[in-house]
Design a protein around this ligand. Structure first.
Ligand code: IMP
Ligand code: MG
Length: 417
């Protein structure tokens, strides 16, 4: 790598997922060697079908080999072997996996839906690989573990950015189906409010549907919680509460380590973040106003204004760097992220939020928890940290969340037959 390329790569690496890019690169090899872009075939001809079959075979073998590398990576950790696993050497940013990923079978499943190996001009893409990984994770959970808790991000995962969960949302009956099956459901969102009314406005469709549902038991209904501000405010569904949500005191769900987060440190961290945000607003001439809350500080656009992706990303990286380098930033976890048209810094992050849900529900294991979110890039994305606490699936929009929940239902149906 030339120096210039290395620097650019380093600077852009927060916008790439190394594991996905690496798998994409492996799949590109058979694509390059087998695809037939210059041949003039009828697309449904026997010849082309044979090429597609051979390509499918190669892709499936690669996915199987990656599956084995992941199993080896898991064993490496479990057995406390010295040094790094082979996968870690190949993909230095790779984290832990809490269940195996059934990649070969997941590839078959997605290839039947996306016809990846039939394509001869478009190589396996980032989205192909992301969806294969999601399916492989669901299969790993269904076959090698079980799902007891599902946590969901809000914006872009359950509803469109900045919108609400209205009563016509197709995700609502799916969430109710999870509760009916005895699963715990947590909405782990950055949106941080101390009043239940604010969450009621955003989640009215779901809360009302749970309230009128006559098939759910009281216990199943109280298996729905909202953890706001990443890991700061817990609300539990409650029929008798005015807005169907009851605030749960921190001492009932806080993790032991969170007790050392002092008010002085929280204020000091938010002060550092606020100063950095103000400097960005001025330096980049952002059409934004500052919002300071108990456990967060952010910038939101002035009426109707739109900030550029580059402005938002620059702001996140400046603020993250500044807070990381401050003294209090060493003591207190925080999350700086790009919310699409705003930037927020929250105290804690979604790894704490998911772990708090696990604890609230009596200590659910990481291998039995699945978090679904849309922000999994390493910097400026707030679902990324959930990977420390549980298995995850990465969706691009609420429609994909619906498909994923249906896929889970289908896989579980097949298992029980
Ligand atoms: P999420 O996708 O559900 O995590 O929600 C993220 C969005 O919530 C952000 O982009 C903001 O628009 C909004 N939001 C409202 N209050 C807060 C807060 O206190 N911290 C972070 N985000 C907030
Ligand atoms: Mg989101």
């Amino acid at each position: 790598m030339t120096t210039r390329y290395r620097v650019e790569y380093a600077l852009k690496s927060h916008r790439r997922d190394q594991l996905i890019e690496w798998i994409k690169g492996l799949l590109a090899v058979p694509f390059v060697l087998h695809s037939q872009p210059t041949a003039t075939f009828h697309e449904e001809s026997e010849k082309l079908r044979a090429v597609a079959d051979a390509t499918h075979q190669r892709y499936a073998e690669i996915m199987r080999d990656v599956e084995y590398l992941i199993n080896d990576h898991i064993a490496h950790h479990q057995e406390n072997r010295s040094g790094q696993s082979k996968l870690k050497l190949l993909v230095p940013t790779v984290g832990m996996f809490f269940t195996p990923l059934l990649l070969q079978e997941a590839f078959d499943y997605q290839d039947q839906r996306r016809f990846i190996s039939r394509r001869r001009f478009v190589a396996p893409s980032f989205n192909d690989v992301r969806l294969i990984l999601n399916t492989a994770q669901l299969m790993g959970l269904v076959r090698r573990s079980e799902i007891r808790l599902m946590t969901f991000d809000g914006d872009v995962t359950l509803y469109d950015d900045g919108c609400c969960l209205t009563d016509d949302s197709p995700v609502i009956p799916r969430l109710i189906r999870l509760l009916r099956k005895g699963r715990k459901v947590g909405i782990v969102t950055a949106a941080g409010y101390t009043e239940p009314s604010k969450y009621y406005v955003r989640l009215k469709g779901l809360l009302d549907a749970v309230s009128v549902d006559t098939t759910l038991t009281r216990e199943q209904k109280s298996s729905l919680v909202i953890l706001g501000g990443e890991a700061n405010f817990l609300f539990c569904y409650d029929d008798s509460a005015p807005e169907l949500l009851r605030y749960v005191e921190r001492n009932q769900w806080q993790l032991d380590e969170m007790r050392s987060w002092t008010d002085e440190d929280i204020t000091a961290l938010l002060d550092v973040a606020e100063a950095a945000l103000r400097e960005c607003v001025s330096n980049l001439n952002l059409p934004a106003i500052l919002v300071r809350k108990d456990r967060a500080v952010g910038i939101i656009p002035r009426d109707g204004c739109k900030m550029h992706r580059e402005q938002l990303e620059e702001t996140v990286l400046v603020v993250q760097n500044t807070v990381e380098r401050s003294e209090v930033g060493q003591r207190l976890p925080f999350c700086a992220f790009n919310g699409g048209n705003d930037v927020f810094v929250d105290i804690g992050d979604k790894s704490w939020g998911v772990r708090a849900c696990q604890r609230y529900f009596g200590g659910i294991e990481r291998s039995k928890t699945l978090h679904i979110g849309d922000q999994f890039l390493s910097a400026g994305s707030n679902d990324y940290k959930a990977r420390l606490a549980c298995t995850t699936a990465w969706v691009a929009n609420p429609a994909e969340t619906v498909s994923l929940l249906d896929e889970l239902e289908e896989l579980e149906g097949r298992e029980s037959n």
